[in-house]
Design a protein around this ligand. Structure first.
Ligand code: DLL
Length: 434
C-alpha cells in the first residue's frame, strides 16, 4: 500500500463517512465471527452483526475499555491465529496496565503509512534525515516512526532513547533535519544543545513530538530554543501506536486517520455520544485492523473534535491536544486539575527564569489535600538574589490560583535537581494513593 494518499487525506467528508460506514459493517461481522469475547459483549446487548447497517448504528455497540484488555489478556481479543501475526508491541505496564497489541503484516503496513503521513505533514521528504529517539522495543514510538520514516524515504537514524551526548553528536555529524521524541525529551535535548553551545551545528527544521500531554507554551519553548517547527503526534498501543492522528502545518489540532479509525466523543460518566465540538472522552473504532481490531475503545483521553475545514486541505477530522487522560486528572480539594494546566501557567512565566522541568506533588494533611509544585529555576535565575526567587514563587502561586481556583505551594529548586526523562516524563507524585 502506498504511504501517502492525497486522494484519501483530502477526500470529502461525506465520502469518508460513507466509507467508514461500509468498513464498520464488515469489521463488526469480522470481529463477531472471530473474537468470542466481543461476540459475548454484543450478545449481552441482544445484538448481532445484522443490527449494524452503517455509522448510524455505531452507538449501539458495546464499548471496550482497558479493563476488558486486562481481562482478555493476552490473547482474548485476538482476531487472527498466531501464525498470521508477525509482531507484538506493548505498553510499559509501570502503572499495572500492561497492554499487548498484535499485528499482522497488513497491520504493520497500515500503521507505518499513518506514521509516514505524520512525517510528510511535518514537511518530511526523502531528502530528510530523520532522527528517531523514541524508545525502540516494546514501546510503539521508535518502531512506528522508524517504519514511517522508511516509507517516506528519509535517511533514518534509529537512535532510541538515552545517551544524550551521543544523540547530539549524531545530530550534528549526520545533519538530522527531523527529530522524533517525546516533548519532555525534546525540551531536555534543546537545553543540552544550548548548554554545549552547538546550536549552530544543528540542521533540524521540524520535530514530531507526542506520547504525552504537552502545552502550547511547551511547544513555543522548544520551537524557540531549537529554531524548528514542533508538530504534535498522537496514538496509543491498543490502536497500533503513534500516527492515529498528527498535526499539519497549521498546528491547530491533529488530523485523525479517518480511513482507519472512527472517532467519537462521549460523556465519560454516562457513555452518551456527544456532538462534535463537545469536550469528552475520545473513543475509537479500528475499521481496517486485522489482528487486534478494537471496537469503540475508550481511550480515557479527554479532547474535542473539530470538523471545520483545515487550511492545509486535509479533510480528516481534527482532535484537540488531549488535556490529559481522565485517569490522570487530579481532584484536589474537590477541584479537577489537569497537569497540563499547571504546565501552561509555569511556562507562561518568563522563560528566562524557570525551565520546563517540574514535578507536581499531591498529599494530604489534616484531611485536606495539599498541592506542592517544584519547578527548576534557570542558571540565570539561580545566580540572581534570593528576593527575586521569592517574588517569582509568589507570582506563580497567584497565577495558579486564578487558573485553577485553588492554592498551591511553589518551590523554585536549583537547576538540574529534577530527574530528566528520556521517554514519557513522570510529572505527578500523588502521595494520597500510598
Ligand atoms: O504513547 C504512542 C505514541 C508514541 C504516540 C509516540 C505518539 C508518539 P501508549 O504508550 O500506549 O502509546 O500511550 C498512549 O499516551 O492514550 C495518551 O494518553 C498519551 N498520548 C499519546 N500521544 C499523545 C499526545 C503511545 N500527542 C497514551 N498528547 C494516550 C497527549 C498523548 N497525550
Amino acid at each position: 500500500m502506498p504511504m501517502y494518499q492525497p486522494e484519501i487525506e483530502t477526500m470529502p467528508q461525506e465520502q469518508i463517512r460513507a466509507r467508514q460506514g461500509e468498513l464498520l459493517v464488515k469489521q463488526v461481522r469480522y470481529v463477531y465471527d472471530n473474537v468470542p469475547y466481543y461476540r459475548a459483549k454484543m450478545e449481552a446487548k441482544g445484538l448481532t452483526p445484522d443490527d449494524i447497517h452503517g455509522l448510524e448504528d455505531l452507538h449501539k455497540l458495546p464499548f471496550l475499555s482497558k479493563s476488558d484488555l486486562r481481562e482478555a489478556y493476552p490473547y482474548g481479543l485476538l482476531a487472527r491465529p498466531l501464525k498470521d501475526c508477525v509482531r507484538i508491541q506493548s505498553t510499559s505496564g509501570t502503572t499495572g496496565r500492561r497492554v499487548v497489541a498484535f499485528y499482522t503484516q497488513h497491520d504493520l503496513d497500515l500503521w507505518e503509512d499513518c506514521c509516514a503521513r505524520a512525517i510528510m505533514a511535518a514537511g518530511g521528504t526523502n531528502e530528510d534525515v530523520c532522527h528517531v529517539c523514541y524508545g525502540y522495543g516494546l514501546f510503539t514510538g521508535g518502531p512506528g516512526l522508524n517504519g514511517g520514516s522508511h516509507k517516506v524515504g528519509c535517511l533514518t537514524l534509529p537512535m532510541s532513547s538515552g545517551n544524550t551526548d551521543r544523540q547530539i553528536q549524531f545530530m550534528c555529524d549526520l545533519g538530522a533535519t527531523i527529530l522524533c521524541c517525546t516533548p519532555s525529551y525534546a525540551a531536555f535535548l534543546a537545553e543540552s544543545i544550548l548548554e554545549r553551545g552547538v546550536k549552530d551545528q544543528i540542521k533540524l527544521k521540524a520535530g514530531i513530538f507526542g506520547a504525552e500531554a504537552w502545552s502550547e507554551e511547551m511547544r513555543q519553548d522548544i520551537q524557540n530554543k531549537l529554531g524548528i517547527k514542533a508538530y504534535d503526534i498522537y496514538g496509543l498501543t491498543e490502536l497500533s501506536g503513534p500516527g492515529v492522528s498528527y498535526e499539519c502545518s497549521e498546528q491547530h489540532g491533529m488530523h485523525i486517520c479517518e480511513d482507519h479509525f472512527i472517532a467519537e466523543i462521549i460523556d465519560p460518566d454516562t457513555g452518551e455520544v456527544l456532538p462534535d465540538g463537545s469536550k469528552g472522552e475520545l473513543v475509537f473504532t479500528a475499521i481496517t485492523k486485522e489482528a487486534f481490531p478494537l471496537i469503540r475503545y475508550r481511550t480515557r483521553d479527554i479532547c474535542v473534535l473539530d470538523r471545520t475545514p483545515c487550511a492545509c486541505g486535509r479533510t480528516h477530522v481534527r482532535m484537540s491536544k488531549p488535556m490529559g487522560r481522565s485517569d490522570d486528572m487530579l481532584i484536589i480539594r474537590g477541584v479537577n486539575v489537569f497537569p497540563t494546566q499547571i504546565e501552561e501557567v509555569l511556562l507562561k512565566v518568563s522563560g528566562e527564569s524557570i525551565t520546563p522541568n517540574y514535578q507536581i506533588i499531591v498529599g494530604r494533611e489534616n484531611n485536606t489535600d495539599t498541592l506542592d509544585i517544584n519547578v527548576e529555576m534557570s542558571e540565570k535565575m539561580f545566580s540572581d538574589d534570593i528576593r527575586s526567587v521569592e517574588n517569582l514563587e509568589k507570582e506563580i502561586v497567584s497565577k495558579l490560583r486564578s487558573m485553577l481556583g485553588i492554592g498551591a505551594k511553589v518551590h523554585l529548586v536549583n537547576p538540574k535537581t529534577i530527574a530528566r526523562s528520556e521517554g514519557k516524563a513522570q510529572r505527578i507524585i500523588d502521595n494520597r494513593k500510598l
